[in-house]
Design a protein around this ligand. Structure first.
Ligand code: ADP
Length: 852
């Protein structure tokens, strides 16, 4: 359409009746056509017509919805826009319709409706763009100020828009190129106006009137835009901050709002972080990664989840002790004194630790084996680890590995995961803040395995001196040097430590304590520690050694001293209450147990009796100091004894023998019970036994059957075939604990021998040893723990394999003195020692082969 040139429209126009949208001259509109009249118009006029004239139609706006009344023609708006149908698109979905693209040419008014069907045709009169007016510049002069004013507003409006958009730039150019009288129509169709307003502009046939009506619309639009820009301003700033150089804002001294201040704070933090990164002593590789990340951080909007993630990462990197270490102060003599002061007994362990430290002193290199303390709980493994750190003047950190079954626990999660974090090693380093701490890897035997990978494999890398100088945590994603870290491991048993890991470690066995050692440990270390923890002094509480022995034998049954420590803690708590009550004179002690002290007199020294805690209770007076803990007070505080000497009771029938077992928790005594009943010669085994133990039971039966005659062993019906019409049931309490190993062999034989001979096994004897089918007794492991367990249980004689004799040297002299050891190399010797007066063997009848 040539702007400004005159247009001549036909005097008869087919009418397109629209019910939404108003087409103004000079603008284009897309409209959907589906009423029968309009469809007809499109079909018979637009689609069939061949000349340009046939594509000119009259668009009449604001007609009521044409679909509702298709018969009667609705009342038509008087003024319409002659338009050029530029495009017709037909579609059958969702119902048959056409979409027309029409461009407005000029206004017309209906003079007379010529026909209504199949589509309306009217005789029209063209109202603008007439030839006689187009060359008249007079109108412009007349309008003068009005059109100038309009033009100014139009320019202002367009310049408020984003000029980088090509359509806006084109519009700006059009403002200058188009004749002024065309502008009101064009701008009205561009700006936000209601249909009603557009209709008014359409009806404004006089140019002056049109200008007057459009100026307020333009002004309204300008104000609207201004408001919009104002509300958007902070957001734009935000974008700017993201995109570019923030310091500029500060230089320009723009007064800042609170939001700005927050941003600046953040910005300061990031700058500080960058400074910290640059001044930190991290490795070159790490520095490179950090600088890259901080660059990314600066460009990131804070609202992005990745912002916090990256920031946490950078903060961790800054905090890590890349080059920070404590100075080792190692003097072997001082170390020996410190170890001796902190720990009683455990000579072997202390000796090995001192050797280890001595080597370190001479050769400042950590490429030795990793020490692994293996022993029952509560024997001081952790506490020795802590002492090592103390002697070296290093930081100490304990990493509990029990139950860890995901390798990310060691090596960290990759940063792509939500909630990703570094592994325990890196976390530990962050906590201690130096790169040469002592790390105690607690309970390496309880590492698990799962689908998330094998944590033991990850630990291998950590512990291998050849690899750990460039340990790469998945979260950090850069290497960290662990070669200065001193690793010590602890475990209850080596059986469940993965072999590859075991290979890297030097195992130091830490056996359980004897009763005497426990008493010493209690009095030298545990009681003073507990008193201090409870705010008590030795002047307020007195625990004699007999009481400690009572706690050890009657209230605990353990290889270590942990539960002894707990019981002492309980006693201290109870005494603390008494002492506190005593400080308030009027407070009445509420204990009432009087007169049951008779049975415990033997535990209390004569002169201390009056000061016992229970004796003072009924006087309603503050207790006299020090409060003496006798057996009676013990019963009062800890309840009745948990373990009584039950051995003799349980051995009151034939078919019971005491074995010695080794568990990760130390040695234990084990009662093996057997019974027989009528049956078909079946052997039943209960008590969660492993395969090896089951085999031992079969071996024992076989040996006894083959030697039944020699020992005169018979079944219930007097037959030497022990399984003839007889079933045997063997049970190993406690039924809930899994047991395995060959060392119960001799015990099973003794137990069955007792069952079939009807004789009682001596009640003070315990035994251990593997058997063979020929009746030999083979050596077994864990002798020291087993002997200690027997000693704890009050047994007097222990039968051990002869080849285990050398192991007795490790046992404390006082324990050895309390016990009698029987060395057995065959089962005959075992049975002879197990039964009072020996186990009769029918002398073999020597048969002489006569040769005639
Ligand atoms: P573990 O690590 O072997 O399970 P801990 O090191 O935690 O045992 O020891 C438990 C408690 O017993 C600690 O308070 C420790 O100080 C104390 N303890 C154990 N053995 C000794 C000992 N020989 N001398 C002094 N205290 C000991």
């Amino acid at each position: 359409m040539a702007a400004g040139s005159a247009i001549q429209i036909p005097s008869r126009l087919p009418l397109l009746l629209t019910h939404e949208g108003v087409l103004l001259p000079g603008s284009t509109m897309r409209t959907s056509v589906d009423s029968p009249r309009n469809m007809q118009l499109v079909r018979s006029r637009l689609l069939k017509g061949t000349s340009l004239r046939s594509t000119i139609i009259g668009v009449i706006p604001n007609t009521s919805d044409p679909t509702s009344d298709c018969d009667d023609l609705p009342s038509l708006h008087r003024i319409g826009t002659a338009a050029l149908a530029v495009q017709v698109v037909g579609s059958n979905w969702p119902k048959p319709h056409y979409t027309l693209l029409v461009t407005g040419l000029c206004r017309f008014q209906i003079l007379q409706l010529l026909k209504e069907k199949p589509y309306p045709v009217a005789e029209v009169e063209q109202l603008d763009r007439l030839e006689q007016f187009t060359n008249q510049h007079k109108s412009e002069e007349e309008l003068g100020e009005l059109s100038e004013q309009f033009y100014k507003y139009a320019v202002q409006l367009v310049e408020m828009l984003d000029m980088s958009v090509p359509a806006v730039a084109k519009l700006r150019r059009l403002l200058d190129n188009l004749p002024r009288e065309a502008l009101p129509d064009i701008l009205t169709s561009i700006i936000r106006t209601s249909n009603q307003e557009k209709l008014q502009i359409l009806d404004a046939v006089r140019l002056e009137e049109r200008f007057k009506m459009t100026i307020p619309l333009l002004v309204r639009q300008i104000e609207g835009l201004k408001l919009l820009q104002k509300t958007r301003k902070p957001k734009q700033d935000d974008d700017k901050r993201v995109v570019a150089i923030r310091p500029n804002r500060r230089i320009s001294h723009i007064p800042s709002t609170t939001e700005d201040e927050e941003e600046e704070d953040d910005h300061d933090d990031v700058v500080m972080l960058e400074k910290k990164i640059r001044t930190s002593s991290m490795s070159e590789q790490a520095l490179k990664v950090c600088l890259k990340e901080i660059k990314r951080l600066k460009k990131m909007p804070q609202s992005m989840p990745e912002y916090a993630l990256t920031r946490n990462y950078l903060e961790l990197m800054v905090e890590l002790p890349w080059n920070k270490s404590t100075k080792d102060r190692l003097e072997i003599r001082a170390a020996r004194i410190l170890l001796d002061n902190d720990h009683y007994a455990m000579e072997k362990l202390k000796k090995r630790v001192l050797e280890y430290l001595a080597v370190r002193q001479l050769k400042n290199n950590l490429k030795g084996p990793i020490l692994c303390f293996v022993g029952p709980p509560g024997v001081g493994k952790t506490s020795v680890g802590r002492s090592i750190a103390k002697t070296l003047g290093r930081e100490f950190h304990r990493i509990a590995l029990g139950g860890v079954c995901d390798q990310s626990d060691i090596r960290g999660h990759r940063r792509t995961y939500v909630g990703s974090m570094p592994g325990r090693i890196i976390n530990g380093l962050k906590t201690v803040g130096v790169n040469n701490p002592v790390f105690l890897l607690d309970e390496v035997d309880k590492l698990g395995k799962s689908l998330q990978g094998d944590p033991a494999a990850a630990l291998l890398e950590v512990l291998d001196p050849e690899q750990n100088h460039s340990f790469t945590d998945h979260y950090l994603n850069v290497a960290f040097d662990l070669s200065q870290v001193l690793f010590i491991a602890t475990a209850n048993t080596t059986a469940t430590i993965p072999p590859a890991l075991l290979d890297r470690m030097e195992i130091i066995q830490v056996p359980g304590y004897t009763q005497e050692e426990k008493i010493e440990i209690a009095h030298r270390h545990l009681i003073p520690k507990q008193l201090e923890q409870h705010g008590l002094t030795p002047q307020q509480i007195q625990i004699p050694q007999v009481t400690t022995l009572d706690i050890i034998t009657r209230y605990t049954r353990e290889a270590g001293v942990r539960s002894l420590d707990r019981k002492l803690g309980a006693i201290c708590r109870a005494v603390a209450v008494k002492v506190a009550e005593g400080q308030h004179k009027e407070t009445k002690p509420d204990r009432a147990e009087v007169g049951e002290g008779e049975d415990c007199k033997e535990h209390v020294s004569e002169d201390a009796k009056t000061e016992s805690i229970s004796d003072t209770a009924d006087l309603a007076l503050p207790p006299e100091m020090p409060i003496l803990i006798d057996f009676h007070a013990l019963k009062d505080i800890l309840g009745p004894p948990m373990y009584e000497m039950e051995v003799s009771e349980r051995l009151s029938q034939p078919g019971v023998a005491i074995g010695l077992a080794w568990t990760p928790l130390g040695g234990e005594i084990m009662f093996v019970e057997a019974s027989r009943m009528d049956g078909e010669g079946q052997l039943t085994l209960t008590g969660q036994l492993g395969d090896v133990m089951k085999e031992s039971a079969h071996l024992a039966i076989s040996w006894l059957r083959s030697n039944a005659k020699r020992y005169q062993l018979t079944n219930a019906s007097g037959s030497f075939d022990l399984l003839d019409n007889t079933d045997i049931h063997l049970h190993f309490p406690a039924g809930a604990v899994t047991k395995d190993g060959p060392s119960a062999g001799v015990t099973i034989v003794t137990c069955l021998a007792s069952l079939f001979s009807g004789r009682l096994v001596c009640s003070d004897v315990a035994m251990t040893g593997e058997i063979t089918l020929r009746g030999l007794v083979l050596p077994v492991g864990g002798i020291k723990d087993k002997v200690l367990a027997a000693h704890r249980a009050g047994l007097k004689r222990i039968i051990i394999p002869r080849r285990n004799e050398k192991d007795l040297e490790e046992i404390a002299v006082n324990v050895r003195q309390d016990l009698t050891f029987v060395m057995a190399s065959c089962l005959d010797e075992v049975l002879n020692a197990a039964f009072d007066g020996g186990f009769a063997v029918k002398p073999r009848v020597e048969r002489l082969n006569s040769k005639l």
